[in-house]
Design a protein around this ligand. Structure first.
Ligand code: GAL
Length: 948
């Protein structure tokens, strides 16, 4: 018991962000325990009768009907935790959209394109008088939210966060129902976007006098050994009277030590007004944020009234300077830094767009591992945790708005993005758009870009505005107006020409590469959609990564480049279509397993000595045939040996690679790297034997037992000598013990149509054809309740209004109906959620009583010997519910049957030797053991500790 209480306390603390306990401010994560079911875009019955009432939720405040009313019965829905992407759970289908990775959602799949979420929360009575908001970090898309039947709003964007004030709608001291409808029929992008509430949801509580959400903005100037911070804070008075208060701004260093503090004079703020307060503080010897040492400070903004702190708001920020120079490129803290970036979508193997926070860190680390220092959020606002990961790990960011335009629709979205993200030191530029083909080369494009750029400047003067341009260099369009022009692909335009035309404009490569490669594959096979992983231009419209980098590296005026892409993603399976479901563009695959290109980049982007040989050396059947052998290295010279015989030493040119043609003979291919004539590194590719043992390894030995942290598990197979088998494709089955669960599997194979997630299946059977007969007593009626009783002459149920008059003539009503069960699998559970249709009721399933004189709704696990696949009978003998007032509605739905088929065992094939399993803490402390088995191979397992 004690441990349970401790655990609950621990959980309660861990889900609230560090706040000042003295103030009412709370930031409570409410990701756990939501109910989910599919709705429908056009069949209102399947959409749970939402908006079908005479007065809809748009007609009258608080008139949410059907599924949005608090009393709606969602017990038969699937229970899940957020973040949740239902798209990734769907099967693949050729009729699905190529952009969304052929997942079976969208216009051709109306039954799987509308998602409903419901959740109940309790709000204590003591919260009355506080400002309470419900905040969503992002829902894909067109979301509508209701609380207690009150319509809160519609958010079209699938990427922006939004927040609703629900203070007035709350049932204080009781239950509150949140209902969300997400509509993923239409795509916003042309890449995988997921579906549903795929980011966090928060309940925020504050005093009526409080710092506005995203209401602070810290900027800095650095002069020698000191930094001056300009601090803006917007205070809202949402109360009914004017308030007097002071605001104190306290700066804490990374160890929590106060390094500066300043208090404003008394402020008087009228009811329902807000005020922007600006102040300056100076810090001596600041530690600057940079890529190697991403040092973060904290700003604590407190509002004090009559010596009492009524609000305390935390802002994390960094002190750093950035500068783009049209001739010299980019400078961070006065130091020249060449941008070595990648573009990325929010999509990962196994989980799709529902990335737990830890996964953001894993992904950024995978990119940093090959020396990348910059990340472009292509082509949409990211989740805040991605930016936190970039702040904490030292990764520069282009934060990108979705769609170009200058109406309030577009500019408001720009403002929301900037207000939310402006304190992240990692962000070095705001991007207002990408490849807007309809306007980028036209005068309209120039006008739109000019306005957007000026608008961004009105919000933040500290970062340059960019837009990614894909057209040709010309005399009109966005190329003529951007202060920092993003070049997408140099193949059709000359950066030198643009630089000459606009010598004061900064330039960088917002997209370069777009090369295609299958991880671990070295021979092309178009019938199997396999593209060799040598860095070669896919066609004349693109160039190789190497050629791209050579261009950017050799021109000081170019800030650097962003490769298309860092990670593979679902959708855009260029140059193929079905059944390829992911892109081939990544430097790493969908799991984050490196393709060979990463060693090219590491050679010229990172500060370490690199030598990497490709391909692997398992070419049985190709004996004597020529194999292209490449070495990626930053050594001065590399010598290649096959079975100890030298095949020659070659000198490496900067930003290049070396290659040989080698006639295949099994054995060992070895490269030796020399620097200043000295042997510094070797790399080997060895011919292996067949797979014998499964090896399972985790990126961490220990994770936090907080219900969200992750261990990223890699699975591969070894031969009898312990060598990794690079061609293995064994199907591996996983089992897990202890306080962890598997949340996704993948292997980086662009053509794999295997499941990403193995989840329970829920089917629902409604009671149909309900009939009734008036009887005298709850007992007896033996014949009438049997399965095969002929009730043809009975009336349709609830034909008569349930008035007192009806009660007088009908002491007891016997209802009969049918429900049709699908053929269920062994291990399935059949549940019945009764909804009482009587003050007291006795329920019979196919003639057997499952409850006698029941007085309330209940959940039953049905004994499976009582039912069969196909039509079954339910009989309910009930003392009728009667109306107290004429407008009362008497329940006429006796309940629902639910068939739950447990998730099958998680499994995945290896792809070119590798698979990934994502394991998440369930919240408890203990040892998580993941075991992998496959036929006659020796099983493997790994233990990960879940601890404090
Ligand atoms: C670019 C576009 C990217 C992606 C890429 C594929 O034109 O901006 O989003 O589609 O092409 O090559």
């Amino acid at each position: 018991m004690k441990t349970k209480i401790f655990l609950m306390l621990f959980l309660a603390c861990s889900i609230m962000q560090a706040q000042d306990a003295a103030t009412p401010r709370e930031h409570i994560n409410i990701d756990k325990s939501w109910y989910f079911a599919f709705g429908h875009p056009s069949d209102s019955k399947k959409d749970f009768n939402n908006g079908t009432a005479y007065f809809s939720y748009l007609a009258k405040a608080g008139y949410g009907d059907g599924v949005t009313t608090p009393k709606f019965d969602n017990r038969s829905w699937r229970k899940l935790d957020l973040p949740h992407d239902w798209a990734v759970e769907q099967p693949f289908d050729e009729k699905g959209s190529l952009s969304h990775g052929f997942k079976a959602i969208g216009y051709n799949f109306p039954d799987a394109s509308i998602g409903w979420y419901r959740k109940n929360i309790t709000v204590p009575a003591s919260d009355l008088g506080k400002r309470i908001t419900l905040a969503f970090d992002g829902v894909f898309r067109n979301s509508i939210v209701w609380v207690n039947g009150h319509y809160l709003g519609l958010e079209p964007s699938g990427y922006l966060g939004f927040e609703y004030d629900i203070s007035a709608y709350i049932n204080y001291g009781g239950d509150n129902t949140i209902v969300v409808r997400a509509d993923a029929m239409m795509e916003e992008g042309w890449f995988y976007e997921g579906a549903g509430i795929y980011r966090h949801v928060w309940l925020n509580k504050t005093h009526n006098l409080h710092v506005a959400t995203n209401g602070t903005f810290v900027t800095n100037t650095v002069n020698g050994n000191s930094a001056t911070l300009n601090i803006e804070a917007t205070v809202n008075n949402d109360g009914l009277k004017a308030e007097n208060f002071t605001v104190t701004q306290t700066i804490l260093d990374a160890s929590g030590k106060t390094v500066a503090t300043k208090t404003t004079g008394k402020v008087n703020l009228a009811s329902m007004k807000n005020e922007l307060l600006t102040t300056n503080v100076t810090i001596q010897n600041p530690v600057l944020w940079d890529i190697e040492n991403p040092y973060l400070y904290t700003l604590k903004t407190t509002i004090v009234q009559d010596n009492k702190t009524v609000d305390s708001y935390i802002t994390t920020f960094g002190i750093r300077t950035i500068r783009f120079d049209a001739n010299e490129g980019f400078f961070l803290n006065g130091k020249h830094v060449k941008i070595k970036g990648t573009n990325n979508h929010q999509d990962h193997a196994g989980v799709g767009s529902a990335l737990p926070d830890d996964l953001q860190y894993y992904r950024i680390r995978q990119l940093k591992a090959f020396g990348s220092n910059a990340y472009r959020c292509s082509h949409n606002p990211p989740t805040p945790e991605l930016l936190d990961a970039c702040d904490r790990l030292g990764m520069l960011v282009i934060d990108e708005h979705r769609l170009m335009g200058i109406t309030q629709t577009h500019l408001n979205d720009v403002k929301r993005l900037i207000d939310r993200d402006r304190n992240h030191p990692s962000i070095i530029s705001w991007s207002v758009g990408n490849e807007e083909w309809g306007i980028e080369n036209k005068v309209e494009g120039a006008r739109i870009a000019t306005t957007m750029q000026a608008y961004v400047k009105s919000l933040d003067t500290t970062r340059p505005v960019t837009a990614a341009f894909s057209g040709r260099i010309g005399s009109q369009g966005i190329t003529t107006v951007m202060e920092l022009l993003g070049i997408n692909y140099i193949v059709n335009k000359s950066t030198d020409e643009q630089h000459k035309l606009f010598p004061n404009q900064s330039l960088w490569g917002t997209e370069e590469g777009s090369t295609n490669a299958t991880r671990g594959a070295y021979f092309r096979d178009d019938t199997k959609h396999i593209i060799p992983a040598y860095d070669k231009a896919p066609n004349s419209n693109f160039i190789s990564i190497e050629d791209g980098w050579k261009h950017y590296a050799s021109r000081p005026y170019l800030g650097g480049m962003f490769i298309w892409t860092g990670f593979d993603y679902r959708g855009e399976p260029t140059p193929y279509g079905w059944p390829s479901i992911t892109s081939y563009f990544g430097m790493v695959d969908l799991c984050g397993f490196p393709k060979d290109d990463t060693w090219y980049l590491k050679s010229w982007w990172a500060n370490e000595t690199v030598l990497h040989l490709l391909p692997h050396w398992n070419w049985q059947g190709k004996e004597g045939q020529p194999i292209e052998v490449w070495a990626y290295s930053n050594c001065d010279e590399v010598e290649l040996f096959l079975n100890k015989k030298s095949l020659g030493k070659k000198a490496m040119q900067a930003n290049s690679h070396l290659q040989w043609e080698v006639n295949y003979a099994p054995g060992t291919l070895e490269a030796v790297g020399y620097k200043n004539g000295k042997k510094v590194l070797t790399d080997k590719a060895q011919t292996t034997k067949g797979a014998e043992t499964i090896k399972v390894s985790s990126d961490k030995n220990k994770i936090t037992a907080n219900g969200s942290s992750l261990a990223m598990i890699t699975v591969d197979v070894k031969d009898r000598n312990g060598l990794h088998v690079p061609t293995a494709d064994n199907e591996i089955t996983f089992s897990i013990k202890g306080p962890g669960k598997i949340i996704g599997v993948g292997n980086g194979n662009p053509t794999s149509l295997e499941k990403d997630r193995f989840i329970e299946t829920i089917e629902v059977a409604a009671i149909e054809g309900l009939k009734e007969k008036i009887v005298q007593s709850l007992d007896g009626n033996t014949n009438e309740v049997t399965a095969n009783y002929n009730d043809a002459s009975w009336d349709a149920a609830f034909k008569d209004d349930r008035t007192e008059e009806f009660g007088k003539k009908a002491p007891v009503v016997l209802y009969r109906g049918t429900f049709t069960l699908p053929q269920w699998q062994k291990g399935a559970t059949i549940n019945f959620f009764s909804n009482n249709v009587g003050v007291e009721e006795t329920i019979y399933i196919n003639g057997t009583a499952i409850a006698t004189k029941l007085k309330e709704s209940k959940e039953f696990v049905i004994d499976q010997s009582l039912v069969h696949a196909g039509k079954n009978t339910i009989a309910i003998v009930a003392t009728p519910l009667l109306k107290k007032r004429p407008w009362d509605i008497v329940n006429s739905n006796p309940g629902l049957f639910q068939i739950v088929t447990p998730a099958p065992a998680w499994k995945r094939k290896l792809f070119n030797g590798l698979a990934q399993v994502i394991v998440q803490s369930t919240g408890e402390v203990g040892d998580i053991i993941l075991t992998a088995t496959s036929g006659s191979l020796k099983a493997g397992s790994v233990t990960v500790k879940a601890g404090q």
